[in-house]
Design a protein around this ligand. Sequence first.
Ligand SMILES: *Cc1c(COP(=O)(O)O)cnc(C)c1O
Length: 390
Amino acid sequence: MTSLFDRFEAAFMPNYGVPPVALARGEGSVVWGIDGTEYLDMFGGIAVSSLGHAHPALVEAVSKQVATLAHTSNLLLHEREVELAEKLLSLLGAPGRVFLANSGTEANEAALKLAIKYGKTTGRSYFVAAEMGFHGRTLGALSLTGKPSIRDQFGPFPLDVRFVPYGDAEALADAVDGDCAAVFLEPTQGEAGVVPPPDGYMARAREITKAAGALLVADEIQSAIGRTGHWFAHQADGYLPDVLTLAKGLGGGLPIGACVGFGPAATVFEKGDHGSTFGGNPVSCAAALAVLGNVDLAHVQAVAAELRDGIEAISHPLLKGVRGRGLWLAAVLTEDRAAQVQAAAQRAGFLVNAVQPDAIRLAPPLVITSAQVRTFLAAFPPILDEAADG
Ligand SMILES: *Cc1c(COP(=O)(O)O)cnc(C)c1O
């Protein structure tokens, strides 16, 4: 009998390779493979499954909505999208306007088109982004993405994008002048390995862009919706961007992205400038409303501290330390053995993500319990032992 893995390999383009586990179902922070194996989900589908799996509020909201009205297109409006935009603006606590898309890369495409238009109307021609940053795979977002391995073979790109080392405020100040239309930055670089900048970097980026008249676009696609213990990372960092992009955790597993503009950036797009047939569809909006109504920030902060302190307390020759914030951490290794750690964790019943050769990303569901965190912490040293030997 041909396995599901062989069928996957035969039917799909090879861009993902064949994943190591086939999942059948989940409940809370636990998932089960098609062979019945149980795993604790320690990376939440890349910081997406905010409420875990099969959360009753998400199930109810989505089921009810799909049975009532699944689609309108943007030629007609519906209640859920208005409720969602209002809810996002109220959590943001600043006047702004929202555009809804289906994914992270599309949220960034909207931000980029907005920035291009802003540049054209103000005589600004180039963009700045960070080395090793990740903003998505479609061509506009890819042109802002600083990771050479995923970018270079698809260039050259039609935009003038200048890359600066992430976290270096002086390099940023040097790169941004009166011809710069926008600076795109993650508040902590997710795909680069959950790499936070030095304290004060984003607030400094805010000052630099403001002084030069360039837009600051904060890509919070991975960092927002409670992931850091705050609704949005910029709220803890004490600044407001001109444009904010969201996706991943927002829909709790349903596809949705958002681009929010503040101040003058809120109304750069005029009628006809941008659109999406599926963007803001009622089912995804219902899911996002369920997420926003059920994330418990105090819980995130409590279990995040337990997870972080617990990893910090582990003394192991393969473990260098832990970085990141909230339930968005990387266990940093002393050697390039992240693939071995991921495999050993899987054998021990934990799904983690080897985000870099020397870094394990932990971004579990925001509903992970304290007991589940302790189970992982107890299992982690033997996992490291196995990865160091194997
Ligand atoms: C995941 C991610 C994206 C792209 O989102 P997709 O939904 O995969 O298109 C963009 N920016 C950041 C910071 C991300 O983490």
